[in-house]
Ligand binder design. Structure first.
Ligand SMILES: Cc1cc2nc3c(=O)[nH]c(=O)nc-3n(C[C@H](O)[C@H](O)[C@H](O)COP(=O)(O)OP(=O)(O)OC[C@H]3O[C@@H](n4cnc5c(N)ncnc54)[C@H](O)[C@@H]3O)c2cc1C
Length: 264
């Protein structure tokens, strides 16, 4: 709707649309598949009348992308045939961190600051940045941690879940949880990993007392090394695990805590 485009609303996606219209000629617009990016990009794409490609895990060509479907059970190759700009959300954990210095990346695209001063207070009246709050924690962020230690319903209580937290502290890891553990109130829901939680792909993912429901696997199956501890030898989590240990977590975690060296 060109009328709408000429009068951007004061929302981040409208700012993006405004920038595209002012500057034009963008071939690609990419955000991470975070809740912030997933909020903005599809709305901006709708206003620009293009179709976004979401949750990209591999870039095979300028317009050829791979993305998961069926909750991560299949990978789909998508060729974008629409008009510019080609708009993508990418799963940042699926891509290696690029070197920071420009000498090591002579062909890197320039990074330029965008002047948003054209957006007056009036324009911005629909939403305004108020403040940023986050949990006070020394632990790494779940979405980008190298090691994630997750617990499931088997922990039985918030008190017992502290075993997972202690292990995470010892390994300098982030804590994750299943939806069952979150729903039972053991941990806050920002720790949920899975289809309706965070998507993680750390170097090491340790799952304690987690059955391996498809919705949980959707959030962690791309982890480089998966270790599972479960007392049921037939638990589906063992099908994706690189290392599996059949046993009782209430015996195994204290043993691990005792034997693991302190983090330097
Ligand atoms: C639309 C939808 C979206 C969903 N999204 C998510 C999501 O994002 N993330 C998510 O995690 N789930 C999600 N779920 C829920 C999912 O289907 C499962 O119910 C959930 O993942 C199960 O969590 P769990 O493995 O902790 O519990 P359970 O399935 O109950 O598994 C507990 C496991 O612990 C083992 N166990 C028990 N006691 C011990 C012990 N002492 N030592 C060792 N092992 C033990 C048991 O053998 C069992 O395998 C979703 C469901 C739906 C319908």
């Amino acid at each position: 709707d060109s009328d709408k485009l000429a009068h951007p609303l004061a929302e981040p996606w409208a700012e993006l649309v405004h920038l595209v219209q002012q500057k034009g000629s963008y071939s690609h617009i990419i955000t991470s598949s975070s809740s912030f990016g997933k909020n903005i990009l599809p709305r901006a794409a709708a206003l620009l009348n293009v179709s976004p490609v979401t949750d990209v895990v591999e870039i095979s060509g300028p317009r050829l992308f791979i993305r998961p479907i069926y909750a991560g059970n299949a990978l789909c190759t998508v060729r974008y045939t629409g008009l510019d700009p080609c708009m993508l959300t990418i799963r940042s954990t699926s891509f290696p961190v690029p070197p920071v210095s420009s000498e090591s990346r002579p062909n890197a695209a320039p990074i330029s600051q965008v002047d948003l001063s054209t957006f007056s207070e009036d324009n911005l009246s629909k939403s305004r940045y108020v403040k940023h709050t986050s949990q006070e924690t020394e632990r790494p962020d779940l979405g980008s941690a190298r090691v994630v230690i997750s617990g499931g319903r088997a922990l039985k209580s918030a008190e017992n879940f502290k075993l997972i937290e202690k292990l995470a502290e010892k390994l300098g890891a982030a804590v994750g949880a299943t939806r069952a553990a979150v729903d039972a109130g053991f941990v806050p829901n920002e720790l949920q990993v899975g289809q309706t939680g965070k998507i993680v792909a750390p170097e090491l993912y340790m799952a304690f007392g987690i059955s391996g429901a498809i919705q949980h696997l959707a959030g962690m199956r791309d982890s480089k090394v998966i270790v599972a501890v479960n007392k049921d030898a037939d638990a589906p989590i063992f099908q994706v695990a690189d290392y599996g240990l059949v046993g009782d977590l209430f015996e195994l975690i204290p043993e691990l805590l005792e034997k693991l060296p302190e983090q330097k």
